[in-house]
Write a protein that binds this ligand. Structure first.
Ligand code: G4P
Length: 524
């Protein structure tokens, strides 16, 4: 195996997908703590003390301009270099959140065990499922009373449609959280609630029972876990590494990010089973292996600077193959032009550093003055390499957009065209009146759009919210302007493809019932 291949094997690049408040930040902080990147829990997160998690970017972003450290974090864990890519949530949910998932090799799905699967988790899950990347589930907040573990696991299959395999099983919860019955490691791991030192491990014998004459304060908690685990072994899915790697089976872990219990057990298994960077397929279906010596990669996100004092933008490059070295030339596939990559940055847990070198699997930030677009491929070598374009995602919020000053149409159009091309927002036009409508998956995209038009293109716009929530594309052959009504609006996207904007799911269903022959398609 080449030196390059060996180093690539040590990389694990992933994102955490979760609904706000499920514990993404807290678990990230645990990882930073165990890797030695921070010294004590609570340094990253602490709304009360006015400090924010590095991965909670928007709050800091607003304060100090651009905060790239929060977008990607790189830490050493157990001999691996782990790259965590942030998936902004809360009010900063945007298409970038989805696009980030195009750049990772695995996802960790954090679920609040008191709530089960929540809407944002489901949306992010669907993008991961579409890519077929492995998904590792962490059922969080076991230090609180939550829902029945069997029910939580069943929900994975029922709501998300993914098979699940419990790697460990909780013994009790809340005040009586005794620990984990760990089928995978064949041991029981105890919390201090049991009167033992936290983390005490008791091996299991061949029958799956604790060895020796250990007795629990409340043995029914242990017996219940044992029964559940046996039931799962008999009736549930079998452990299947291949199915995990292809995203068909999710290994499930329980624990508490807040107390840290179960997190290390989870992370150890994660680095064991999550894939290292693999091959990528180009647009013309050539396979580029990660340890191919040629540097190749694609831009999956462009972060505009919200601070007018710094006009630079950062384009995020996922390296797919080879080794990046600062100062080298690459070719931008879209234009065929050579570009020197000298101003680059890599992200550590606590600082932003200039990158000298990075490998397949890593993500680096390129200072950009307008050269790059989302989906761009960069490559070295004689052979042209082009990775497939980024998928577009079905927006869920729509606004009518007009220039405030009708005399400034030129800058308005130019700015809009560039921001649309860059992937900041999606643009539609109505058929009759040629009104402009913009669509986004999150409110933040509109704010950024409006702000950037003003700052970068000197164009102020008026945004008027529209009632529509649901977009569905149709075959151009089905286009019939007469079918547009007060309940739906027929528009065309920037590639002139027709779509309907419906007020809500109900209006969509009504239309489907009325016009059963028209096929209505979602993007992603
Ligand atoms: P997010 O990034 O997914 O949005 O979630 P975050 O980690 O910020 O956690 C949301 C809230 O849930 C926080 O409480 C956090 O302390 C709590 N939390 C996270 N993991 C656990 C857990 O395992 N058990 C319990 N009991 N709570 C957990 P907060 O009060 O909103 O924030 P803070 O003021 O305490 O920082």
């Amino acid at each position: 195996m080449s030196q390059l291949a060996k180093e690539i094997q040590k990389r694990k690049t992933f994102a955490i997908i979760s609904h706000p408040d499920a514990g993404k930040t807290t678990i990230t902080e645990r990882l930073l703590l165990y890797s030695g990147a921070i010294r004590s829990a609570g340094t990253v997160k602490g709304k009360k003390t006015g400090r924010y998690a590095k991965s909670d970017w928007m709050a800091i972003e607003k304060q100090r301009g651009i905060s790239v450290t929060s977008s990607v974090m790189q830490v050493d864990y157990d001999g691996y270099q782990v790259n965590i890519v942030d998936t902004p949530g809360h009010e900063d949910f945007s298409e970038d959140t989805y696009r980030t998932l195009m750049a990772v090799d695995a996802a960790v799905m954090v679920i609040d065990s008191g709530k089960g699967i929540e809407p944002q988790t489901k949306k992010l899950f669907e993008v991961c499922a579409m890519r077929g990347i492995p998904i590792f589930t962490f059922m969080n907040k076991l230090d609180r009373d939550g829902r029945e573990p069997l029910e939580l696991v069943a929900e994975l299959e029922e709501i998300l449609g993914i098979d699940a395999y419990a790697m460990n099983w909780p013994m009790g919860m809340g005040k009586n959280f005794y620990g984990l019955y760990d089928l995978h490691n064949k041991r029981v791991e105890l919390t201090d609630v049991t009167g033992q030192e936290e983390g005490t491990l008791i091996p299991l014998n061949e029958d799956g029972e604790v060895e020796g004459d250990y007795s629990f304060k409340d043995s029914s908690i242990y017996t219940q876990a044992l029964e559940d685990a046996q039931l799962l072994q008999e009736a549930g899915n079998a452990f299947d590494e291949e199915a995990i790697l292809s995203g068909k089976l999710t290994p499930v872990f329980f624990g508490s990010a807040l107390t840290g219990f179960g997190v290390q057990t989870f992370l150890d298994a994660f680095v064991d089973y999550a894939p290292s960077p693999g091959s990528h397929v180009t647009e013309d279906e050539k396979i580029v292996e990660a340890d191919d010596e040629r540097l190749t990669g694609f831009i999956f996100k462009i972060q505009a600077n919200m601070n007018p004092a710094h006009r630079d933008r950062i384009a995020f490059l996922r390296i797919c193959s080879g080794r990046f070295q600062a100062g080298e030339d690459v070719i931008l596939k879209r234009s065929g032009k050579k570009i020197k990559l000298s101003h680059t940055t890599q992200f550590m847990a606590d600082k932003r550093e200039t990158t000298r070198e990075a490998l397949a699997g890593d993500i680096i930030g390129l200072y950009d003055t307008g050269n790059f677009q989302i989906g761009d491929t960069l490559y070295q070598g004689k052979e042209v390499i082009g990775y497939p374009p980024m998928p577009q995602f079905t927006p869920e919020i729509f606004m009518k957009v007009q220039a405030k000053n009708v005399m400034k149409q030129k800058s308005f159009h130019k700015g809009m065209e560039q921001l649309v091309q860059e992937g900041a927002i999606q643009l539609y036009k109505t058929f009759h009146t040629n009104d402009y409508i913009i669509g986004a998956v999150g409110q933040l995209q509109f704010e950024v759009f409006q702000y950037r038009l003003k700052e970068e293109y000197n164009s102020e716009v008026i945004l008027t919210p529209m009632g529509s929530r649901v977009a569905r594309w149709i075959d151009p052959e089905d286009l019939d302007l007469k079918l547009s009504s007060s309940r739906n609006l027929l528009v065309k996207d920037r590639f002139d493809q027709p779509l309907y904007l419906f007020e809500n799911e109900f209006a969509l269903q009504w239309f489907k019932d009325k016009h059963p022959t028209i096929e209505l398609k979602k993007l992603l």
